[in-house]
Design a protein around this ligand. Structure first.
Ligand SMILES: *[C@@H]1O[C@H](CO)[C@@H](O)[C@H](O)[C@H]1NC(C)=O
Ligand SMILES: *[C@@H]1O[C@H](CO)[C@@H](O)[C@H](O)[C@H]1NC(C)=O
Ligand SMILES: *[C@@H]1O[C@H](CO)[C@@H](O)[C@H](O)[C@H]1NC(C)=O
Ligand SMILES: *[C@@H]1O[C@H](CO)[C@@H](O)[C@H](O)[C@H]1NC(C)=O
Ligand SMILES: *[C@@H]1O[C@H](CO)[C@@H](O)[C@H](O)[C@H]1NC(C)=O
Length: 484
């Protein structure tokens, strides 16, 4: 029987980056560091005459030193489970997306930034007056209340993708016209020839955040299956996410803005794949544990100095797995679909094949199926699953389609009843993203991935283990079907 070879240590894997783009970025980064330290040297040399002698550590060392500080952060997974999708009693259960947003609104003292794709929180914006739109409408009314009445105001900023015929974004027009929020629109075709803002991010007071799959859509609270992460009292990670939002805001708030060839220094980050942030995660009153974390961004032109690309984060998570890679995404295509012509794009596909064939890693993909699914996806999925064998060597790739059940009334809801999750969990990391897995989402479309890594091998109560429990619940449920 095939046994996976013991790997070199993890950091070594990290060092030998997986794509040349990353290497280039590192070179650029190093060059910038050199220039910066040269400036600092000149500056420090100037000040040294007037002040007491400086410590002998070079400025470069100071900039690149490992940040050993641990930052407190309350972290919890949050989910939307569509009404009528009932798991067996006793299954893992997490707070709802609605509760997360409601709580974020309760916590807001002065600022709320929302990075969003489109807005249909009200039933009427989807041509349907459905009772299950109420939670979405309630969120909309709370945002609108910031513009009407004379209570204390908070500063709400919304970055959205260009409106389309299907999503004219009437709601953000209303919020803006009532003075409830400032709204900016990002036009990715103008910046990059294609793409959208696909991020789903809330940032409150630079202290609390939501990141996940849920759009600003009433269906995302009651009719679509979503997964995200809620961070509270988590200033360091939230401020880091805010730097990504800041880039959206820059692009959206300047009529003639183009993506700069390199972003100004204050958009950059010290937290990334190579140097993650250390979090002291407070789960509840009795549980705290250490995790490493960083936020990755796509597409690459939006990444300022130090920011890991979303694709790099995904590839590294797969490449560093020793036992298993479990993925739950809505769409999976080794293609760039929305470009001028169809392109084969096998970055993730190759990493999965390599993990399964060379390292004996068990790979499971839970992909969504709904009436809008492109049937050709099955061919790509079958081709991946077909590598599985137990005779000559052990190769384990299993794929299932998750189908959200719908009764007659639910079937009338346009674009509802689908598993919209976008995450991956391995024996080492939890990855929570906002992107479908096709090349478009890593070349032109904007999204964010959060990576959390256990520091103790078996932190039993960690967020990563919670994500494992969600994957297992879904994979083993009656709603997950074998590939046909
Ligand atoms: C938000 O505050 C309201 C009013 O105090 C409360 O009823 C509600 O339960 C809070 N929401 C959450 C999720 O804590
Ligand atoms: C939606 O339906 C409810 C009754 O089910 C009704 O009271 C309400 O006015 C309707 N709203 C719209 C916008 O049609
Ligand atoms: C964060 O977690 C700690 C410990 O469980 C708790 O005391 C605190 O109230 C939490 N903060 C928020 C905003 O939920
Ligand atoms: C976290 O747990 C450690 C012990 O495991 C304890 O010393 C520390 O005070 C705890 N931190 C918080 C913020 O609860
Ligand atoms: C990705 O997700 C959206 C919903 O967020 C869906 O409408 C779209 O068709 C998906 N697939 C691709 C390949 O973009």
């Amino acid at each position: 029987m095939y046994k996976p070879q013991p790997l070199r240590n993890h950091d070594e894997d990290v060092e030998h980056g997986h794509d040349s783009e990353e290497a280039q970025q590192r070179h650029a980064h190093a060059l910038q560091m050199c220039l910066l330290s040269a400036f600092l040297l000149i500056f420090l040399a100037g000040t040294a005459y007037h002040t007491k002698p400086l410590p002998l550590r070079s400025p470069l060392q100071q900039l690149q030193r490992r940040d050993n500080q641990k930052y407190n952060c309350n972290l919890t997974l949050v989910e939307s489970i569509p009404i009528g999708l009932n798991f067996t009693p006793g299954s893992p259960h997490f707070p709802s997306t609605f509760d997360a947003w409601d709580q974020l609104l309760n916590l807001t003292k002065s600022t709320l930034d929302i990075g969003s794709y489109y807005w249909t929180l009200r039933g009427e914006d989807t041509g349907l007056n459905h009772s299950t739109a109420h939670p979405g409408e309630q969120i909309f009314q709370r945002l609108l209340a910031n513009g009407v009445g004379d209570g204390p105001k908070i500063k709400i900023r919304i970055a959205q993708s260009s409106p389309s015929r299907v999503s004219p974004d009437l709601e953000t027009q209303i919020l803006a016209s009532y003075g409830a929020a400032e709204v900016v629109t990002l036009d990715f075709p103008k910046y990059l020839g294609a793409g959208i803002l696909h991020t789903k991010l809330w940032i409150v007071d630079n202290e609390h955040f939501y990141l996940g799959s849920a759009n600003m859509d009433w269906r995302a609270l009651t009719q679509v299956k979503e997964l995200g992460v809620l961070g509270r009292n988590c200033p360091q990670l939230t401020s880091d996410l805010a730097k990504i939002f800041k880039a959206y805001w820059y692009l959206g708030s300047n009529e003639n803005a183009r993506i700069p060839s390199s972003w100004p220094y204050d958009y950059g980050t010290n937290y990334n794949l190579e140097q993650p942030m250390m979090l002291n995660v407070l789960k509840d009153a009795n549980t705290n544990y250490t995790m490493q974390a960083f936020a990755a961004s796509s597409p690459p032109p939006l990444s300022a100095t130090g920011r890991t690309h979303d694709l790099t984060a995904i590839l590294n998570s797969i490449n560093s797995a020793l036992q298993f890679v479990h993925i739950s995404v809505m769409d999976y295509f080794p293609l760039i679909i929305f470009g001028p012509k169809l392109q084969y794009w096998a970055e993730i596909d190759n990493a999965l094949r390599t993990a399964a064939v060379e390292r004996g890693v068990s790979v499971k993909l839970l992909i969504s199926w709904w009436k809008h699914s492109d049937a050709s996806m099955d061919n790509y999925l079958r081709s991946l699953q077909d590598l599985s064998m137990t005779s000559r060597q052990h190769v384990d790739i299993q794929i299932r389609r998750f189908i959200v059940p719908a009764d007659e009334d639910q079937q009338k809801i346009p674009f509802g009843r689908v598993n919209h999750n976008k995450y991956m969990v391995t024996d080492r990391v939890a990855y929570i993203g906002t992107s479908n897995w096709s090349g478009d989402y890593f070349t032109t479309t904007a999204g964010i991935g959060l990576v959390f890594k256990d520091t103790q091998p078996s932190a039993a109560a960690s967020l990563r283990n919670d994500l494992v429990s969600i994957f297992n619940r879904d994979w083993n449920s009656a709603f997950a079907k074998e590939l046909s």
